[in-house]
Design a protein around this ligand. Structure first.
Ligand code: NOJ
Length: 724
């Protein structure tokens, strides 16, 4: 008999329920405690006692290797069966070294980069004993009001899937889950959490199965195909059924259709919340519904310890069903190497956990490549000498607002502020004045006066405005996605001085830009860039590196357009051919439904043009491919790294199709004056969509195609998919 079956045979019902229960660590850093509602983990002694009794299978969000070691000793040496504990954590974009928030990193459009930062994060985190990561978040996010878009890859399905898989590979590594530096990945939140009505966190989701399958499922499928062995249920109800109690979602689709054989974990008290949803009449019923729907592990609520044994004794849950989940958890522990060596991840040196130079260098590279140049009238890059610079705004100096909302284990004072990064780049000759001007959401006494005085003394102003790092993330939905009023007032006052203004935007979401901020001479979207914020921004500001990031989310003109995404369907009254004053079109009174800065947009310090679109025969045979290409030329005087994007549109199909869909992208770096032909191969498989019967299909006919620098521009042609 296999060791695990043998172990299950010897376990009591209470011990089985214990293996299916995970609790917040009693010894967690303060940010980790603040990341969730208050919980009842008890003191360290009480938690240790429960581990001794075999009533805990996993704990999460501690980072103290010594404490992990002690808890593991209790589990393997003092509990009856000696089953090792699994240590988990939210290592979303770094452990000690903090990489850009995932949304920012998505702007790099570089899965290889995402894989490398995830690997570095896992190397550091496993050094503290963590074996299970509650990341990556792969929820497609199309409503910028929703605060959790910051944790994911943005609005696009193709990019979302590529980054999901890359991050799974990065966290888990390529040497098997048993490797001491492998961290089990958890694509979350299953499913459609990002589609919350009104962009309100935790809110209901009501979308078609078609949209689920075409938009929200694919990144999960990519993550699972990349080897992810756990997933987390979503807080929301989906078309009337809470995801934590949805046997169709967790059973038929996940395990049945996709063959997933890992574990499903609840979100924080998500099983108990079935009561508040009005789906379960009592905590006991909630435990039964969540467990039978397919949630293997209960997080934080204690519901499984409290109720599973009794539910099995009463016959409401079959003993074999309980054993199946216990088997999944124990097999996962086995795959993670915990039975062979429960202390494997706890043998590392402190050095592994440190934000060592190689990781800081990677953080700087990732941060640089996350910055998106939205606009530039030529003021950027700045010269390092011969001009006086005023750095103005509430985010210019100090350790706050560099990491973003989801960093639990790093020290903020390890991060480089924008002021320090600029000073380092400028060297001894630095002529930089630094003034806050206002707080994030409130004025400060004499703030504007001081800022205006500094602006008058300067030749150029770098204005850093946007969201504080607590304005996005969990439970941080916004009714408007604008920049807080006091900062807008500051921007108006600075603009009135009449000096060129370079605006750096901090945010965890797409923003609406208005007034003086929108009119700045240059605008950089800089999100939250992590440990190397200041150095990376200085690299870009002074032109040591050119910007190459592209928007992974559309920046709408107005908050009222939310949810806004580039790949919407066409109405019967589209506005592409809209004439001023024309009525009866799908537009708002105040604005066309277009982006201020569309998905895929981003400038370089070169001057890149697209020429000579070539679609060959303009026909795609049913079983062949078509090569499409264009010449990309840099007419500018500086090197440019351009993201060449390929979009298609199905002109007429049996289901209405998006006005554009990203199908491929490629970076090309061009020296001044250089050009290169970039070609893509398209096959019938690239044109698939869900037909009326919800099966993948493709129909012959005419397709639009763009080779483009963004989702709203580019060279346009058409080709025909020939019938079989
Ligand atoms: C709630 C969040 O929704 C989830 O993403 C996270 O992993 C858990 N809290 C644990 O911190």
């Amino acid at each position: 008999m296999h060791i695990i079956d043998d172990m299950i045979g010897r376990m009591t019902l209470e011990e089985k329920a214990g293996q299916l229960s995970m609790f917040p660590a009693a010894l967690a850093p303060a940010p980790a405690n603040a990341a969730n509602p208050a919980s009842v983990s008890g003191s360290t002694q009480e938690q240790a006692e429960r581990v001794r009794q075999g009533l805990v299978g996993a704990v999460f969000n501690a980072s103290d290797a010594g404490w992990h070691r002690r808890m593991q000793e209790i589990a393997v040496q003092e509990s009856r069966l000696g089953i090792p504990l699994l240590f988990a954590g939210d290592v979303i974009h770094g452990f000690h070294t903090v990489f850009p928030v995932p949304l920012a990193e998505a702007a790099s459009f570089d899965p290889d980069l995402a894989e490398r930062t995830a690997r570095a994060a896992a190397v550091e985190a496993t050094g503290a004993g963590l074996a299970w990561n509650f990341a990556p978040m792969v929820d497609i996010a199309r409503d910028a009001r929703w605060g959790r878009g910051v944790e994911g890859a943005g609005e696009d399905v193709l990019l979302g899937g590529l980054l999901a898989a890359a991050r799974v590979r990065g966290f888990q590594g390529t040497e098997g889950l048993g490797h001491p530096q492998a961290m089990l990945a958890t694509p979350k939140h299953f499913a459609a959490y990002g589609a919350a009505l009104g962009g309100l966190d935790y809110n209901s989701v009501d979308i078609s199965e078609r949209t689920l399958r075409e938009v929200y499922f694919p990144p999960f499928q990519s993550a699972i195909e990349a080897g992810a062995a756990s997933t987390m249920a979503a807080f929301n109800d989906l078309n009337g059924v809470p995801a934590h109690a949805d046997p169709w979602l967790l059973g038929d689709v996940l395990r049945g259709e996709w063959g997933f054989d890992g574990v499903v974990v609840s979100d924080f008290t998500g099983d108990l919340e079935l009561v508040a949803h009005g789906y379960a009449a009592s905590p006991r019923e909630a435990a039964r519904l969540a467990f039978l729907a397919g949630v293997d592990i209960s997080m934080a609520s204690g519901l499984y310890v409290d109720h599973l044994p009794d539910l099995v004794r009463s016959g409401e849950i079959a003993a074999a069903t309980l054993d199946r989940s216990v088997g999944r958890v124990l097999r996962l522990k086995e795959r993670l190497g915990l039975f062979d060596d429960p202390f494997g991840r706890l043998r590392s040196t402190v050095d592994q956990r440190d934000d060592k130079p190689a990781h800081r260098a990677l953080a700087r590279e990732a941060a640089r490549r996350s910055v998106v140049l939205l606009k530039n009238d030529g003021v950027l890059p700045l010269s390092k000498s011969g001009q006086r610079i005023a750095l103005i705004g509430p985010f210019g100096q100090g350790p706050a607002h560099l990491h973003g909302p989801w960093v639990l284990f790093a020290r903020p004072d390890h991060a480089v502020s924008i002021a320090d990064g600029m000073r380092e780049a400028l060297g001894v000759a630095a002529d930089l004045s630094v003034v806050a001007g206002c707080g994030t959401e409130a004025p400060i006494p004499d703030g504007i006066e001081q800022a205006v005085a500094a602006a008058r003394e300067a030749d150029v102003i770098v204005l850093v405005v946007g969201e504080g790092e607590d304005m996005s993330g969990e439970a941080q939905s916004r009714v408007t996605i604008d920049i807080p009023g006091p900062q807008r007032m500051l921007a108006e006052a600075i603009a009135a001085v009449g000096k060129p203004v370079v605006t750096i935007l901090k945010s965890g979401r797409a923003l609406v830009l208005e007034g003086a901020i929108a009119r700045s001479e240059a605008i950089l979207a800089a999100w939250f860039l992590g440990t190397e914020t200041g150095t990376a921004l200085a690299d870009i500001l002074f032109g040591d590196h050119g910007p190459s990031g592209r928007l992974p989310v559309s920046f709408p003109q107005s908050s009222g357009q939310s949810p806004y995404h580039y790949d919407h369907r066409s109405t019967g009254r589209p506005t592409e051919t809209h004439q001023p004053g024309e009525q009866f079109k799908a537009r708002y009174r105040e604005a066309l439904n277009r982006a201020a800065y569309p998905f895929g947009h981003g400038l370089t310090y070169g001057d890149v043009v697209y020429e000579d679109l070539d679609l060959g025969t303009c026909t795609l045979p049913w079983s062949g491919s078509i090569e499409v290409g264009a010449v990309i030329r840099n007419r500018g005087e500086r090197e440019a790294t351009e993201l060449v994007q390929l979009y298609i549109r199905d002109r007429a199909a049996s289901i209405t199709r998006p006005v554009r869909q990203l199908k491929a992208f490629r970076h090309v770096t061009l020296a001044p004056g250089a050009s290169e032909r970039i070609a893509f191969q398209l096959r019938r498989e690239d044109l698939l969509f869900l037909g009326r019967d919800l099966g993948w299909t493709v129909e012959p006919g005419l397709f639009d195609l763009w080779i483009a620098p963004s989702s709203e521009t580019g060279l346009h042609g058409t080709f025909e998919l020939l019938p079989d």
